[in-house]
Ligand binder design. Structure first.
Ligand code: KG4
Ligand code: ZN
Length: 348
């Protein structure tokens, strides 16, 4: 047997500092330190995020190696998120990875965060191997929905990905978070809308949907419409939001999901593909999951939804992408710098 390939993955693109270890394609440790400092501000404050990454990165990597039972001298390579993301946040992970690779004299591998979200579908844990869980076969479509991105990607291979539709303004996660903020809910509001929506009627209120050509999305009009709706309701009844919280959450969630799935259905039809995957933080949304499983039955789709911990930002997805790049010897050099607008499918 050949020598094992052990990859350390580092993720620091937004407000989660994360490290993971993958050995021969199998996940040994996945550690995430989430930052709570942003809650008071109702959104991620870049300067605070960068400082928290600096504090967290060494302990998080240390914990990941300990949990994996791997010594740093055993590592084959270190993979890190080069972008897209916040410059100050990316700098911390990038600098750490570069120094680590140089110190240990191992290859350095840059990873595109969006490619990582998609390749999260290929992470294998002990439990998944035992259960015989399958990863999607190529080609498949992936709806990547997070706080910063909303894309429909045609995935032909680990390295051949084409964005066939994307948002022209806000991301779907942003739409959730902004709606929550308008309702007076704390940041990030997406998970809270999901929680309250469970008790509400999705048909209670209707909101106008964007009419965009092709496979592109827009969520900024919905945000404005929602703000007017809340302002009008509150003007007539100051307790409007509190009294109708569940129905409002269910209705706005239903609208966002409907917008997302209409374009996804269109894309599946256009490309004659029935293997449909989702990725990114919003794929944790229970309404979206249910709606997809319903379409699986109705349209004969095969739906792939990653485990919750691999949906939101994590380093396991960076490590698995690094693993596939390592097998192709796609290394970066010490001159590599963060790329806050790193486009999926581009080299620069
Ligand atoms: O992928 P992610 O962790 O970070 C980014 O790269 O943006 O996604 C975070 C986004 C946030 O907007 C958050 O509100 C949203 O995912 N989110 C959810 C849920 N869980 C996370 N949105 C709706 N329902 C959820 N259950
Ligand atoms: Zn993300």
């Amino acid at each position: 047997m050949g020598k094992s390939v052990i990859i350390l993955g580092i993720e620091s693109s937004c407000d989660d500092t994360a490290a993971a270890v993958i050995k021969d394609g199998k996940l040994l440790a996945n550690i995430v330190a989430s930052q709570n400092v942003h809650k008071a501000y109702g959104g991620v404050v870049p300067e605070l995020a960068s400082r928290a990454h600096q504090q967290n990165i060494i302990p998080v990597v240390d914990q990941a190696l300990k949990k994996a039972g791997v010594g740093k001298e055993e590592l084959s390579a270190v993979a890190f998120t080069r972008g897209p993301g916040l410059m100050g946040s990316l700098l911390v992970g990038t600098s750490f990875a570069k120094a680590f690779a140089m110190g240990m004299n191992i290859p350095l591998i840059e990873v595109n965060h969006m490619q990582g979200h998609i390749l999260a579908h290929f992470i294998k844990t002990e439990k998944m191997v035992e259960k015989g869980e399958e990863s999607p076969e190529f080609p498949f479509l992936c709806l990547t929905v997070s706080g910063g991105h909303t894309q429909i990607v045609l995935v032909n291979d680990y390295f051949d990905m084409k964005v066939i539709g994307e948002t022209i303004d806000d991301a779907a996660g942003e739409a959730f978070d902004k709606a929550a903020k308008i309702m007076g809910l704390p940041y990030p509001g997406g998970p809270l809308i999901d929680k309250y929506a469970k008790e509400g009627n999705p048909m209670a209120f209707t909101f106008s949907k964007p009419q965009l050509p092709e496979l592109n999305y827009s969520f900024s009009g919905l945000k404005t419409g929602f703000m007017n709706f809340i302002n009008n309701g509150t003007a007539k009844n100051p307790d409007f939001v509190e009294q109708h919280k569940a129905d409002i959450c269910a209705s706005i969630q239903y609208t966002i999901i409907d917008i997302l799935l209409n374009k996804l259905k269109k894309a599946a039809k256009q490309h004659s593909i029935s293997r449909i995957a989702i990725a990114g933080g919003v794929s944790a949304n229970s309404g979206l999951r249910e709606a997809l499983y319903k379409l699986e039955k109705e349209l004969g789709w095969k739906v792939f939804i990653p485990e919750f911990e691999f949906c939101t930002d994590n380093a396991a997805m960076i490590a698995i992408t690094g693993y596939y790049k390592y097998m192709r010897k796609e290394y970066s050099n010490q001159g590599v710098a963060p790329l806050p607008r790193y486009i999926l499918g581009s080299n620069e």
